[in-house]
Design a protein around this ligand. Structure first.
Ligand SMILES: Nc1ncnc2c1ncn2[C@@H]1O[C@H](COP(=O)(O)OP(=O)(O)O)[C@@H](O)[C@H]1O
Ligand SMILES: [Mg+2]
Length: 406
């Protein structure tokens, strides 16, 4: 039996599904997290053989020591973490308990966007021209060298937070105060194009399952315009010719970074002239229910598939891609709590077969912060074998269904 130490089994909200996947394939799962055990969902508690509550996951040294003491002479076969900010901690635990998997040194390029691009440059992979910069003078110098337009963003950010497209030196002056609170930023050539993911479950660095999703529109645009209902569309045919450059890059990136076994989530850009440019990669799955989306695309259980891959080095689900699947996230109009919903009944009636999950905030619920969570005020998942039809249904939800808050 495999004994797996799982960092933060209860948070974020998708972690319980992975924990359950591990339990279902027969692994013994030990959890470590900073949530009180009483706050863990019922099915997480049932899936865990033990849980160590620590004061804070960010006191890394203390956590590593506490875990070692707690384990005593029990050995662990895997240390798993699918939450980006705790990945270095997981690597430290791995090193301390002698478990296989990514070391701290191997994890850093999955977190630090400069180290990531340096490693990929060395492997000949096309990254945006880039520089790391501390302070206004270094940012300006980087901008001059790279050439406008540029992107200025956190060196280890997420969710497009504190990310700015800057057209000129003059505009840079207005952005400087807004990034002042960041110790270090990544300055990049702005790459114009469509934006896709390349997501994998890998075993020993080689994908055993992969998924390509298309962002509509690009995440930075979606995060800058509240009226947009952003879409992430898992493509039924990730192996079509026009995506081949991104898929090949994705495989090369895993090899260049020495990834081992687990989930990966890469983003890449496809320019109008066909050039493929690397975006970023995380050693974890995408969020915002995009793993569920993979399940809806193939009617398999990707959570369990992941568990099998990390524990036994295999992926036994047969993958038949049946559908394009769109997650469409909704932002209400107005502030406060959801007051009414318009157009939903008609949408349900028109797309009964395509609509596989409806998860909008109910009337009376307080609005979520749409800048902090892509999930925003809820979402629907729609699917169809044909891509054009999928996009049309997703667009219809975006424009015809409206939530109003007050
Ligand atoms: N060099 C770039 N060129 C064009 N757009 C970019 C660039 N870097 C970031 N962006 C935009 O900002 C978004 C967030 O940047 P990303 O590097 O993916 O960080 P995060 O970890 O916040 O997702 C991207 O999805 C893309 O839309
Ligand atoms: Mg990103």
């Amino acid at each position: 039996m495999q004994r797996v130490l799982f960092v933060s089994p209860g948070y974020p909200s998708e972690m319980p599904r992975f924990v359950r996947g591990l339990a279902e394939i027969g692994a013994e799962v030990l959890g470590v997290g900073d949530q009180p055990p009483a706050l863990l969902a019922e099915d997480v508690r049932r899936s865990l053989s033990g849980y160590l509550r620590v004061r804070s996951l960010w006191e890394e040294e203390a956590v590593v020591r506490a875990v070692a003491t707690w384990l005593g002479d029990r050995s662990v076969d895997r240390v798993e973490c699918l939450w980006e900010p705790a990945m270095i901690l997981a690597a430290q635990i791995r090193e301390a308990v002698g478990a296989p998997g990514l070391s701290v040194e191997r994890t850093i390029p999955f977190r630090n966007k400069e180290r990531m691009k340096q490693a990929l440059d060395a492997a000949g992979i096309r990254t945006p021209r880039h520089a790391a910069a501390r302070g206004a003078a270094e940012v300006r110098e980087a901008a001059e060298r790279i050439g406008f337009p540029i992107i200025v963003k956190p060196i280890a950010g997420a969710g497009s937070a504190d990310t700015y497209r800057v057209e000129s030196m003059r505009e840079l002056e207005t952005v400087e105060p807004r990034v002042e609170h960041l110790d270090e930023v990544s300055v990049e050539e702005f790459v114009d194009g469509e934006e896709y993911t390349f997501d994998t479950i890998a075993v020993a660095g080689v994908p055993v399952f992969h998924n390509v999703a298309w962002y509509r529109p690009r995440p930075l645009v979606a995060r800058s315009n509240e009226w947009i209902s952003p879409q992430v569309v898992a493509l039924r045919d990730p192996d079509q010719a026009c995506l081949a450059g991104g898929v090949a890059m994705g495989r090369a990136v895993l090899a260049a970074l020495g990834f081992e076994s687990g989930f990966t989530h890469m983003e890449w850009y496809l320019k109008a002239d066909g050039e493929v440019v690397f975006g970023e990669i995380g050693g974890r799955p995408p969020g915002a229910h995009q793993v569920d989306q993979m399940n809806f695309s193939c009617d398999i259980d990707v959570f369990r598939g992941w568990a099998e891959a990390v524990c036994f080095g295999r992926f036994t689900h047969e993958v038949h891609r049946l559908f394009n699947v769109a997650n469409v996230y909704k932002r209400a109009q107005g502030q406060g709590s959801i007051e009414r919903v318009e157009g939903l009944e008609r949408f349900r009636q028109r797309h009964r077969d395509a609509l596989v999950w409806e998860n909008l905030l109910p009337v009376g619920a307080r609005r979520r912060n749409w800048r902090q969570t892509l999930v925003s005020d809820g979402f629907v998942v729609v699917r169809h074998p044909d891509l054009e039809a999928t996009l049309a249904i997703a667009d219809e939800f975006g424009s015809e269904v409206r939530l109003f808050a007050n």
